[in-house]
Design a protein around this ligand. Structure first.
Ligand code: PLP
Length: 483
């Protein structure tokens, strides 16, 4: 028996040493990657599929050593990882990685804390609480609001719609928890045709059905026109947007709130804001006007992995009043009860992450965000937003000077550019994507194909922006010469 124990101990010491050695190996590989990410093609080239086919050689019957596997992954990453954190990736709204956040997330991986509840990790719990406070403060949201982390804005939107649904129906005397949705009073959802697809998905997942959606008319920039907000009967859930994925424009949340109040609907309405990236305009004194009145909403979804440059994945749901959130999400498990809390009828959940969202186990997503906020501070966060917006303006201006057409005014970090007819625009974008110098996505705006410029990587410099614009103009010229 003793022999068995002692051999086990020897093997666990070996296992600890192995972890340290492998961690060092991974850290070295990661550092090598970071050293080359800016100087290599932004998107993998034609050999991509061939390279990735090397994964087919792995076998469940012939396990390889961890060290060999790390070498293989490092090589694959070096050859095929999209350099979305290297300064010249302008696709989607991807965000890069703030150095402190990336490094802190590596530490958090080593700790492997389960952030579900305070007893499981006092460390993760304390950091989560601090980040939640800072999120509310940085975004200028009401002081009593509660923030909770999740995997992304899609999930945050879905959770918000679910909470709003339960709350609105409760006001109408309907208990979704007990009675479900069959036979429930109908809720009308008001959003615009410009809403992100995750909003429609959230409405579907929450069991409301997309037939319940009424589309509010938008202005030329894609923002809801509050004067033309449809007349609807309560209960009503309005889903507004901060940061249109094409133009960067935001819906006027303060005015929407006012219209609902004037119509006597506010007591039986809920305003949710999908602010996946645009909500971050609130941290900048220069761009705060874009989202003025956003604090009048009842809930907000945003992302840490987009503009704050936290590593993937990190979404955020914020609710003005935590009570409806707790009511929808909390579970009463004996092992999760906190002695002394809630015994006198108060909140039973004391900011326990598992009681504020659908998931129980979760990694400590707060750690990289803490690193970003603590090292950049309020001014650094504003500077990050300002710099991205300034670079988007700069790129758009240079392209316009080069003859390209701007399809919408640049108001934030997004720009839409066309290069003549749709086929030329598509050819220019495809050429740039294949060229490796920079990467831009495509979109269709007001029936025109467009190149979408999104500046959200903390690593992007003026030189990166200029190199990307040069690549676009050179590609356009080559496309023109071929026609
Ligand atoms: C406005 C908006 N809402 C929601 C989302 C979905 O966010 P996520 O990918 O983090 O789920 C996005 C993503 O691009 C977005 O731009």
């Amino acid at each position: 028996m003793e022999k068995a124990f002692s051999s086990q101990e020897a093997s666990s010491t070996a296992s600890a040493e192995k972890k340290v050695a492998l961690f060092g190996q991974a850290a070295n590989h990661a550092a090598d990657y970071l050293a080359i990410e800016r100087s290599s093609p932004v998107h993998p080239g034609a050999e991509l599929h061939e390279e990735l086919a090397r994964l087919d050689d792995l076998s469940l019957d012939r396990p390889m050593s961890p060290s060999e596997l790390l070498d293989l992954l490092a090589d694959l990453g070096r050859r095929t990882a999209v350099r979305s954190t290297g300064g010249r990736y302008f696709g989607f709204v991807t965000g890069g990685t703030e150095p402190a956040a990336l490094a802190a997330s590596v530490l958090a991986q080593a700790w492997d804390q389960n952030a579900a509840m305070s007893t499981m990790s006092p460390l993760a719990h304390r950091i989560d609480a601090q980040v939640a406070r800072w999120l509310v403060e940085l975004l200028g949201l009401p002081a009593g609001a509660t923030a909770v982390l999740c995997s992304g804005a899609s999930v945050a939107n879905w959770n918000a719609v679910t909470v709003a649904r339960d709350h609105l129906l409760r006001l109408d005397g309907w208990d979704v928890d007990r009675s479900g949705l069959m036979g429930a009073p109908p809720i009308t959802v008001v959003t615009s045709a410009e809403a992100h697809l995750s909003v429609d998905k959230a409405v579907r997942l929450a069991g409301l059905g997309t037939d319940r959606i009424v589309r509010a008319p938008v202005d030329g920039a894609g923002a809801i026109d509050p004067a033309r907000l449809p007349h609807i009967q309560p209960p009503v859930l309005v889903i507004a947007q901060c940061g249109n994925v094409n133009t960067g424009h935001s819906d006027p949340v303060g005015q929407i709130d006012k219209v609902l109040r004037t119509r006597g609907l506010r007591d039986r309405s809920w305003i949710h804001v999908d602010g996946a990236f645009g909500l971050w305009a609130a941290v900048s004194p220069r761009y705060r006007d874009q989202v003025v009145g956003v604090d009048r909403a009842d809930s907000w979804a945003t992302d840490g992995h987009k503009w704050p440059n936290s590593p993937y994945d990190c979404g955020v749901l914020i609710v003005a009043d935590p009570a409806p959130l707790e009511s929808t999400m909390a579970i009463d498990a004996a092992y999760a009860r906190i002695p002394g809390v809630g015994e006198a009828g108060g909140s039973a959940v004391r900011r326990e992450p598992m009681q504020l969202g659908p998931q129980m186990s979760q990694r400590a997503r707060s750690v990289p965000l803490l690193a970003t906020f603590a090292t950049l501070g309020r001014d650094g966060m504003a500077a990050l937003v300002d710099r991205c917006c300034w670079l988007a303006h700069h790129m758009a201006r240079r392209l316009a000077e080069g003859g390209a057409e701007l399809l919408a005014p640049v108001v934030l970090n997004q720009a839409l550019v066309a290069f003549g007819d749709d086929s030329v625009t598509d050819a220019v974008i495809a050429g740039v994507q294949g060229g490796g110098e920079a990467w831009f996505g495509t979109t269709t705006w007001r029936a025109r194909r467009a190149m979408r410029i999104s500046v959200s990587d903390v690593a992007t410099t003026l030189d990166d922006a200029d190199r990307a614009v040069d690549a676009v103009l050179a590609t356009w010229s080559a496309v023109g010469a071929d026609r």
